[in-house]
Design a protein around this ligand. Structure first.
Ligand code: PLP
Length: 627
């Protein structure tokens, strides 16, 4: 019973073991290699690593890179395609050094390259040891320094392609190439006419922020030729948005770009590469549909579709097949990491309900509420009872504001209200009542599980764009969960909550979880956080970076693993420093204040020392809660 759809979004990398444990299968094709996440958590606890923690399964990264390259390799061989695949990983999707290193090393046999969209990213990319054939692609707006850095890469033999996003980038690029005496490799990003759907559809169309219109592109070619660099135009690039959940959009975009490519070849532009940008989606909700959190195709379908369309257009146009480049980011890194956090409490509307003992002379509104409750067994119009209870509670609160009823009667009315809702809900469930009413009551009655994490730090897209991320407990997966919950984080912000989950027939507003209170801590995982989420977190409430564990499977023992590296999360002093505080001065100030109290005799000297030590320990210590 895969209530959390783990086997669907897990794409072969995540599943449930016979013991009901959430398990990672980092090698995918070899399911005997497996790591129960709970065992990693146990080891981290023994080492006193602060939770929440990001766990990276670096073998998953390696598998994703191999899978993409093999998918294109197979499609090229099967369809007798004339060009090669030279993909690049856009490091903006996750710039973490260990992530990029693993991708570079896994991609080496395939001449897999890297893409940079800013100066610091390009500096990072230039310091990676790529194979001689691999591409380095520079996207985004560029100043002279950015262009100079790209040409510096050319100076030491790297295939650095500067993709022209704006007409005005051309002259400085050519001037610097002359000045530095090197042959640039030039790409051109074309603004596509095709309209894609999804959250990132603004990346295409004439109002797109990046790229050249067809007429600008033709003028750009003339300019580059007139400056004597016509033989340097190597690549045509487009990008029509991320997470393209419908294969149809990809087909249309590739067809349009392939036509432009072919027509430019016919104008003697010596292009060698067609770069189809990013957009390869991942199936966050496991539904396999064209919903924005899903995708209606596989990675293999993507590769064979792209290869097939480009081949067909090139045949029709009688031009040679180009080398294909894709800039898939999300699909490379999303699966490899997850955030593990502990549920540290429950906030329930029905917790600590006061015992009611409604006196005969209680206010008539409260007595009416009692009647609604007592009549419920006989009365079968549950929707009406719910409406009456809501109205009566409102009236009691209005009467309280006017000083007509007291606090005890408000408490009685509240208790009766929740009892009525619970009874109505369970009766409606039994008689398969209207779905919208059931869902409304379910939301009202659901518990909020308090999780030791910051939504803004670890799942920015869930907050910002309502992205559904898979969430599941690490253990007890064989046990029926009995609590419908939403999740709230520990930031002091009401927005810090998750109420969109993978549901049975699409999205759900609550997540079924197990009751708390057992002897073991209850851990849940937020999965597929490796793309964008890992690196977009902010400093809201000064929680800072999470602890990290980098996990590899043991090559000699399929059921064992090792944690290659632990990275400590931010200390309070570190996050405060980033906001221009000086932790030493802060500690001195507190010490001065305590010393003054010691002198005045309000604090004993021994206690004063203890208080100062405690403050200093907190500065050195972790930012998240210690459950
Ligand atoms: N290339 C460019 C130019 C992009 O803007 C992006 C992201 O939107 C990507 C590649 C990566 O896209 P994705 O993560 O969808 O593969």
């Amino acid at each position: 019973n895969d209530l959390y759809r783990i086997s669907q979004w897990g794409d072969g990398y995540y599943g449930i073991s016979d013991a009901g444990l959430l398990t990672v299968y980092p090698k995918r094709e070899n399911q005997s290699v497996r790591i129960p996440i709970g065992e990693v958590v146990e080891e981290l606890r023994e080492k006193n690593i602060q939770f929440p923690v990001v766990i990276r399964f670096l073998d998953v990264l390696c598998s994703r890179v191999q899978r993409l390259n093999r998918a294109f390799g197979d499609a090229i061989a099967d369809q007798n395609y004339g060009g090669a695949y030279r993909g690049v990983y856009p490091i903006k999707v996750n710039q973490m050094r260990e992530v990029v290193d693993e991708i570079v090393s896994a991609g080496e046999p395939y001449h897999y390259g890297l893409e940079a969209g800013s100066k610091p990213e390009l500096m990072a990319v230039l310091s990676c040891d790529l194979s001689a054939e691999a591409l380095t692609i520079c996207n985004g707006y560029k100043d002279e320094e950015f262009l100079r850095l790209a040409l510096l890469g050319r100076k030491f033999g790297r295939k650095v392609i500067v993709v022209v996003e704006k007409f005005s980038e051309i002259k400085p690029l050519l001037r610097l190439a002359r000045e530095m005496d090197c042959k640039p490799m030039i790409g051109m990003r074309v603004k596509m006419r095709v309209k894609t759907g999804g959250r990132w559809s603004a990346s295409s169309g004439e109002r797109a922020k990046f790229g050249l219109s067809v007429s600008e592109m033709l003028q750009a070619i003339d300019l580059i030729r007139s400056e004597g660099f016509g033989d340097c135009i190597d690549l045509l690039h487009f990008h029509v948005g991320s997470q393209l959940s419908d294969l149809r959009y990809i087909q249309e975009a590739v067809e349009e770009a392939a036509r432009i490519y072919a027509r430019l070849i016919k104008r003697d532009v010596p292009l060698k590469y067609l770069d189809i940008g990013g957009g390869l989606a991942v199936d966050y909700d496991g539904s396999g549909t064209n919903a924005s959190s899903s995708m209606n195709y596989s990675l293999e379908d993507y590769a064979s579709t792209v290869v097939g369309i480009v081949k067909q257009v090139c045949e029709l146009e009688h031009v040679e097949d180009p080398n294909l480049v894709s800039e898939s980011g999300r699909a490379m890194v999303a699966h490899h990491s997850c955030v593990i956090m502990e549920v540290i409490g429950e906030i329930s509307t029905q917790a600590r309900l006061k015992e009611t003992n409604i006196a005969a002379d209680a206010h008539y509104l409260v007595r009416n509420m009692l009647d609604v409750y007592e009549d419920l067994d006989r009365d079968s119009n549950f929707a009406e009872a719910y409406g009456n209870a809501a109205k009566l509670l409102e009236d009691v609160l209005a009467a309280f504001k006017l000083g007509v009823v007291g606090l005890d009667q408000v408490a009685d009315a509240e208790t009766l209200y929740w009892k009525i809702l619970k009874k109505v809900h369970s009766n409606l469930l039994q008689e398969d009542g209207p779905a919208d009413l059931l869902s409304e009551l379910g939301d009202l009655l659901s518990s909020q599980y308090l999780c030791n994490f910051s939504l803004f730090q670890s799942a920015a897209d869930s907050w910002a764009i309502d992205q559904v991320l898979p969430i599941a407990p690490l253990a007890r997966l064989g046990e029926e969960p009995t609590n419908d919950c939403t999740l709230v984080d520990i930031t002091c912000d009401s927005d810090g909550k998750i109420s969109n989950f993978i549901g049975d027939g699409g999205q759900a507003t609550t997540l079924p979880l197990h009751t708390l209170g057992g002897s073991e801590p209850y851990y849940i995982g937020l999965f597929m956080t490796g793309a964008y989420q890992d690196v977009m977190g902010d400093m809201h409430n000064l929680f800072g970076r999470l602890s990290e564990a980098h996990v590899f499977c043991d090559e000699d023992d399929p059921t064992d693993f090792y944690i290659e590296e632990y990275i400590r999360g931010s200390s309070s002093a570190q996050v405060l420093q980033s906001m221009q505080y000086n932790p030493d001065s802060m500690a001195q100030f507190v010490k001065k204040k305590i010393d003054a109290e010691v002198k005045r005799g309000t604090i004993k000297a021994r206690d004063g020392v203890g208080l100062v030590d405690f403050y200093e320990d907190c500065l050195r210590g972790d930012t998240y809660l210690k459950p």
